[in-house]
Design a binder for this molecule. Structure first.
Ligand code: ATP
Ligand code: MG
Length: 340
């Protein structure tokens, strides 16, 4: 058995926010750098820019390239090392489109209509109807993962139903089209969820999301973070400073559990409950804790932002490596299907 492979991705639809960081990116960096007992890398890591997937919610492509560059800068600043981890655009590796088409024959539309992540999105964005391609989002995602034979997929909680569809497609493909030499072309991948796999939004909604406008960005300065956290929704029953609060329902407290040290989290909870700690002071501490973690990222971000040509090189190199691996998998797929 070779090294386990990690494949994960994000859509280039704007600057990254803390949810992307706690739900996916920090986990990507940790897995990229993880060593096994022999001191070798525990995983091979591949990171995809899902530009085709961006088309599911907007056909406006004017900013897709600049969003892509911004996103890669965020990834690099957070610690993705492009020599260890190829970084590449889905649209530049045509095998994604080919495998998507083949997989789309192996799943029913009613199965895709039952996808709870899609239902949430349609509700949140007040969409009246969706495109055929949007319904097929998880099918393209299955192609993304399985082209690289990804077996571990670090994602936020909203992606779990999609991973289930990838697993079904891998199984169904192997059953219908056993490979003459290897038996099954694909392995079923496992999701890998972080502790903060669903970071709440500043407005108290369950998910921080750019489309809901309730985000703290990885590129926000300490002043911007303080302003945004200062306006965050807390326990609505805690009206005056000395009213006792309920940390378990408070968004700001949920950020403390991620960004403040454990002993501080404990005392904040106690003092909130007793009424000793008011929301203004609590939010100030929270903003400082977030900015302390973001500050090295912000610094590196500036260094990469001043070298856009280097960021482009990272993409071109990643895309060359991705095409090679994707084509190897497609050769097996075509053999198994007796196509060509
Ligand atoms: P947005 O909702 O802000 O538009 P998105 O969900 O469309 O973002 P994707 O590119 O689909 O962005 O997601 C990238 C990764 O970030 C996925 O693994 C997703 O689960 C994770 N993620 C996005 N938002 C959050 C969040 N609020 N908490 C935890 N993980 C998140
Ligand atoms: Mg999403």
């Amino acid at each position: 058995m070779g090294k386990k492979r990690i494949l994960s991705g994000m859509r280039p639809t704007g600057k990254l926010h803390l949810g992307h960081y706690t739900g996916a990116l920090e986990n990507w960096v940790a897995r990229q750098n993880e060593l096994d007992a022999q001191g070798n890398r525990a995983y091979e890591t591949w990171f995809l820019i899902a530009d085709y997937h961006s088309l599911t919610t907007s056909l406006d492509t004017a900013d897709t390239f600049s969003y892509t560059i911004e996103m890669v800068i965020d990834w690099l600043a957070a610690g993705i090392n492009p020599e260890k981890s190829p970084v590449f655009r889905q649209s530049q590796v045509k095998q994604h489109a080919e495998l998507f088409l083949l997989f789309s024959m192996l799943i029913t539309s009613s199965r895709l209509e039952r996808n709870p992540t899609l239902k949430d999105q349609v509700r949140e964005l007040n969409m009246e109807s969706i495109s055929f391609g949007h319904l097929g989002y998880p099918v393209l995602q299955a192609a993304d993962i399985l082209l690289y034979k990804g077996n571990v997929v670090p994602v936020g909680e909203d992606q779990l139903p999609h991973l289930e569809i990838t697993r079904e497609l891998a199984r169904r493909f192997n059953n219908h089209f056993p490979h003459p030499a290897t038996g099954g072309v694909f392995e079923e991948p496992e999701p890998r969820i972080t502790k903060f796999s669903r970071l709440a939004g500043l407005d108290g909604k369950a998910k921080m999301s750019k489309s809901l406008g309730n985000t703290v960005l990885l590129s926000d300065t300490p002043e911007e973070v303080a302003k945004k956290v200062g306006r965050a929704v807390t326990d609505t029953q805690k009206i005056r400073k000395n009213d006792p609060g309920r940390p378990e329902v408070c968004t700001v407290f949920s950020y403390h559990t991620r960004f403040s040290p454990d002993d501080r989290v404990h005392s904040i909870a106690e003092e909130c409950r007793s009424g000793a700690l008011g929301c203004v002071a609590c939010k100030k501490m929270c903003a400082e804790a977030i900015s302390a973690e973001l500050s090295p990222i912000l610094e590196k971000r500036e260094a990469y932002a001043s070298r856009p040509e280097m960021v482009r090189e990272v993409l071109f190199d990643g895309e060359d490596r991705a095409r090679k691996t994707a084509e190897e998998t497609m050769c097996e797929v075509r053999e198994a299907m007796r196509l060509g």
